[in-house]
Each structure stands twice: as structure tokens, then as C-alpha cells.
Design a protein around this ligand. Structure first.
Ligand SMILES: Cc1cc2nc3c(=O)[nH]c(=O)nc-3n(C[C@H](O)[C@H](O)[C@H](O)COP(=O)(O)OP(=O)(O)OC[C@H]3O[C@@H](n4cnc5c(N)ncnc54)[C@H](O)[C@@H]3O)c2cc1C
Length: 479
């Protein structure tokens, strides 16, 4: 502590980092001194990059030093977190600097990989030029069809739907009759958003003449065919997919087999004092900006409470808010998938649902929350709403639809419930190693797993599970 101020070091310059900075500043004010360590000088609003190849929009960038220095200030160090000596409360950077901290928030995001050799992986701005080339080939007739495909069910799905819809409209607009496919392992399109989301997107895909193939997980690209897990091929000239993510394997921090950091539902890293993590870097299996922000809020509240600020820190309770960019009016989606009946969300196994509230799925053509940003961060959305810093106190993110009624059961089971559901998704494709790793992360959230999932994990680890569910046959999802 310097004086009575807590020195909080935040590693990262993305959604979780900026959200935790804003939340801490709002909750703890001058009682925290914040240092942000980031290899980038800019915060790029990545979700909007999907529109750039179609010249429909341009993703904004925001100078991190302006965000950090706003209202009382903080320090931006242009460097990267290399390792942590938790026992000494020291973060070590890539340049060798040792930064002492009272609390450390690791928000360094994930590393994006290509899941499907032969396909174009769309990760953001760096892939816009390649996507443009694919569109040009389709317009020139040197390619006649394109498949937009989701690599796994628990990949954040919205960008692939946006790309499919915008590609279809772009091609029609230029008088091309090239075919556009949307191929997804989900049982229903936008399955995570429940029946309201699926109904809405089906109509949109139909209106744009996008061919939809569900329950189909891409396995490999071979010549002019996309080969599906479990057999079957779709003949297409080009394939576009989304990245597969792994964690950054930072020294001095625990990690699961994929490099992600297991955290509890307040973002605490087990066994380490005053070290927290939020966002894509954590072992929570669904990587999404809105969720990264919600995790960051849980961390900020925990730190504020430990400072003695009168607040009851809320655990991370995932709420999905998605804003789908389309050719016409945007589509707003809101869901709490963990509260939807399992047969709707599609897990193959008859696991009892802890509770089910149909109101947990909502789709509309008008904003369902304020500010109606693509990344629905409680502090980040309103902060960026006018593309410059603005006072937050009276303008936090607010839902414009009724949330599902409060539940009598322990709400802090929500994050674990969603993680269990996503583990079942991996398992139904025969991806047992991934499913077992997701359960490790789910266990960290609350310190326990329900008994049936302890059994499942044992079985998945030894792959002694029947493969007769028709979804997949090997642990890598290939035929
Ligand atoms: C094409 C696409 C579209 C998307 N659309 C949406 C959407 O519409 N809505 C939505 O909510 N989500 C969307 N997402 C997901 C969303 O972008 C991520 O989930 C979100 O950015 C995760 O936030 P994060 O802070 O954990 O990680 P990131 O935003 O990736 O930020 C990580 C930061 O850490 C920095 N960093 C990396 N290594 C280090 C280190 N060693 N030390 C210090 N800093 C480091 C990086 O430079 C970066 O600034 C989309 C993703 C993609 C790929």
C-alpha cells in the first residue's frame, strides 16, 4: 500500500482489463492506485471488425493512456506480463521490470489458433483483407460457394452468423448467385440464446438465402469439400471459420491443460493471495466480451470489499447479451442459457436442470440494454458510448427487458451450471479431453462438482464413454 491506497496492477489492454479498471475506479475511487501493463497502446473494439470487409462499419480504437489517465489518473506501462512471483506480490514484465502490487488482475486474453487448416480463420482486423479476397473470388466467379462454419459449439457464435448474413447480402447486392452456407455443430442456430434467438436467426438466414446445416461439426477441409465429424461432406469452394483459443501459460500462475487460469466465481486464483484473473484468459469455457466484463466486475467488487468499502461482492453470474449486425436493423439477444431447459439448449444427456425459467431467452429488433453496445460491459459500454470518457455514476449498463425472476437457490451456481452444460457439448462430439478440462474449470468456480459430473469426468478422462450417440467417434472429433 502506498499511504492508504491499494496498488492494483492490471495486466492487459482489452475488455476485461478496461472494465476492471473502470469498475475499480467507480467503486473504490482514490483508494486504489492503478497501473495497467499492456503491450498495445490502443484498445480495439474487435467485434465491429466483422463489418469491415463489407465496408459497413469500422471498428474504433481508443487510446489506453487516455482511458488510464482519465479522472484521477493511473499509470500505463507499455510492456507485457511475463511471470508472477505471487509470494512476493511482484509482477515481472517482458522487459524485466519488477512491479510490486497489492492486488494483481490478470486479463491478458487468449491466444487465437487456426482450428481448420485450409479454412480462413477470422480473428479480427488482421483477417479483413483475406476475407475481402474470398468475397472478390466469389464475385469474380473463381469460387462459387462459401461455408461459414463454427468450429465448436462453445465458440462464441455471433460473428460467424454476422459474416454469413453480410456475405449473402453483399453477394446478392453485386448480382452474384454464389451459395453461402452456415454450418454449425449447434442443434439449433444460436442455440445458446434459446428458442427466441434460434427463431429470429432462422428467419434472417432464410430471408438472406443462407443454407443452414446444424448438428454438423467441421473436421477438415479437403480439396473442394468441408468434411464433417462423423462422416459427410459439403462441397464448397471456400471455408471461413472462427479461432480456437488457448491460454497464455504465464509463469508463476496455475493453468489447465489448455493454458487457461482456473478461478473461483469471484475471479480469485486458487492458492494465491491477492491475484485474480478475468476474461478469456480464465478457464471459463465460453469466451465472450460481455462475459469477460462480468468477470472483471466480480473481481473489482471483491477487491473493493477487501478494501473495506461497504459492498457485498457478487459472484460472476453469466448473462449473454448479443448484438447481431445485419444488413437491416440489428438483432438484440439476451439469454441465461444455464436457466433454459436442457432439451432446448441441446445437451444430449438427460442431466436434470437445476432450474428452468423460459424468460431466460429473449430476441428483439430494439435495444434490450443500455448502452446498446456489442460488448455489453456494465462500465465499459456506457464509458465508450460517446467514444470518449464520460462520468459513469448515473449511467451504468441497464437491461431494458425484465430479467428472469430471482431464484431462491444459490445464484452463485450460475457460472458453474453454464460450464457444466458446455462440457456436455464437448462430450457429445466425443471431445472428452476438452470436456474433462472444462469440468476442472467448473470445479474451480465453486470448489466442487455435482456427483454425476465427478463420475462423468472420470469416464471422460479414460474415454470409457459409449460413442453411439451419433455425434462423434474419436476424441479429436474426426471420423
Ligand atoms: C471476430 C470476433 C468477434 C467478436 N464479437 C464479439 C461480440 O460481438 N461481443 C462480445 O461480447 N464478444 C465478441 N467477441 C469476443 C471478445 O472479443 C472477447 O471475448 C473479449 O475481447 C475478451 O476480452 P479479454 O479482455 O479477456 O481479452 P482481449 O480483449 O483479447 O484482451 C487481452 C489484452 O491483453 C493484452 N495482452 C496479451 N498478452 C499480455 C501480457 N502477457 N501482458 C499484458 N497484456 C497482455 C492484449 O494485447 C490485449 O490487449 C468476438 C471475438 C472475435 C474474434
Amino acid at each position: 500500500m502506498s499511504g492508504d491506497r491499494l496498488h492494483v496492477v492490471i495486466a492487459g489492454g482489452g475488455v476485461a482489463a478496461v472494465e476492471s479498471l473502470l469498475a475499480l475506479r467507480e467503486l473504490a475511487g482514490q483508494r486504489v492506485e492503478i497501473t495497467l501493463v499492456s503491450p498495445e497502446r490502443q484498445f480495439l473494439y474487435r467485434p465491429v471488425t466483422v463489418a469491415e470487409a463489407f465496408d459497413r462499419d469500422e471498428a474504433h480504437t481508443y487510446a489506453l493512456d487516455e482511458i488510464v489517465s482519465y479522472e484521477g489518473g493511473g499509470q500505463l506501462i507499455w510492456d507485457r506480463l511475463e511471470s508472477v512471483v505471487a509470494a512476493e506480490h511482484v509482477a515481472i514484465t517482458g522487459s524485466g521490470a519488477r512491479i510490486p502490487f497489492d492486488a494483481l488482475i490478470v486479463a491478458t486474453g487468449a491466444i487465437a489458433h487456426e482450428p481448420l487448416p485450409g479454412a480462413l480463420t477470422f480473428r479480427g482486423r488482421g483477417d479483413v483483407a483475406a476475407l475481402r479476397r474470398v468475397l472478390d473470388e466469389l464475385l469474380a466467379g473463381s469460387a462459387r460457394s462459401v461455408a461459414l462454419t463454427l468450429p465448436a459449439e462453445r465458440t462464441w457464435p455471433l460473428p460467424i452468423y454476422e459474416l454469413a448474413l453480410m456475405a449473402a447480402v453483399h453477394l446478392r447486392h453485386h448480382d452474384s448467385d454464389a451459395r453461402v452456407w452456415l454450418i454449425t455443430p449447434e442443434m439449433e442456430p444460436l442455440e445458446l440464446f434459446g428458442p427466441a434467438g434460434s427463431r429470429a436467426i432462422k428467419e434472417m438466414l432464410k430471408a438472406c438465402e443462407v443454407r443452414l446445416l446444424t448438428s454438423s461439426r467441421p473436421a477438415l477441409v479437403r480439396g473442394d469439400a468441408l468434411v464433417l465429424a462423423g462422416g459427410g461432406e459439403v462441397y464448397v469452394d471456400r471455408v471461413v471459420t472462427l479461432p480456437q483459443l488457448t491460454g497464455p501459460r504465464l509463469q508463476g500462475l496455475p493453468r489447465d491443460q489448455n493454458g487457461f487460469i482456473p478461478v473461483d466465481s469471484h475471479g480469485r486464483i486458487s492458492g494465491l493471495d491477492a491475484v485474480y484473473a478475468a476474461g478469456d484468459v480464465t478457464a471459463f469455457p465460453l469466451k465472450q466480451g460481455g462475459l469477460a466484463a462480468q468477470q472483471a466486475d466480480a473481481v473489482a467488487e471483491t477487491i473493493a470489499a477487501e478494501l473495506g468499502i461497504p459492498i457485498t461482492p457478487q459472484p460472476f453470474k453469466p448473462v449473454l447479451r448479443g448484438l447481431l449486425i445485419t444488413d437491416g436493423a440489428p438483432l438484440y439477444l439476451r439469454a441465461e442459457p444455464q436457466r433454459l431447459p436442457r432439451q432446448v439448449t441441446g445437451a444430449a444427456e438427460a442431466t436434470p436442470v437445476r432450474r428452468s425459467t423460459p424468460a431466460a431467452s429473449c430476441a428483439a429488433g430494439r435495444p434490450l440494454w443500455w448502452s446498446d453496445a456489442k460488448i455489453a460491459g456494465r462500465y465499459l459500454g456506457p464509458f465508450l458510448a460517446t467514444a470518449r470518457p464520460q462520468p459513469l455514476s448515473s449511467a451504468l449498463l441497464t437491461d431494458r427487458v425484465a430479467a428472469p425472476p430471482p431464484l431462491p437457490a444459490a445464484d452463485d451456481e450460475d457460472a458453474r451450471e453454464l460450464a457444466l452444460m458446455l462440457a456436455d457439448y464437448d462430450a457429445r462430439w466425443g471431445d472428452y479431453a476438452a470436456a474433462a478440462a472444462v469440468l476442472d474449470g467448473a470445479e474451480a468456480l465453486q470448489g466442487t462438482l455435482p456427483p454425476e459430473y465427478q463420475t462423468k469426468r472420470r469416464e471422460w478422462r479414460t474415454e470409457r464413454v459409449s460413442t453411439s450417440d451419433g455425434y462423434g467417434e474419436t476424441s479429436d472429433g474426426t471420423t
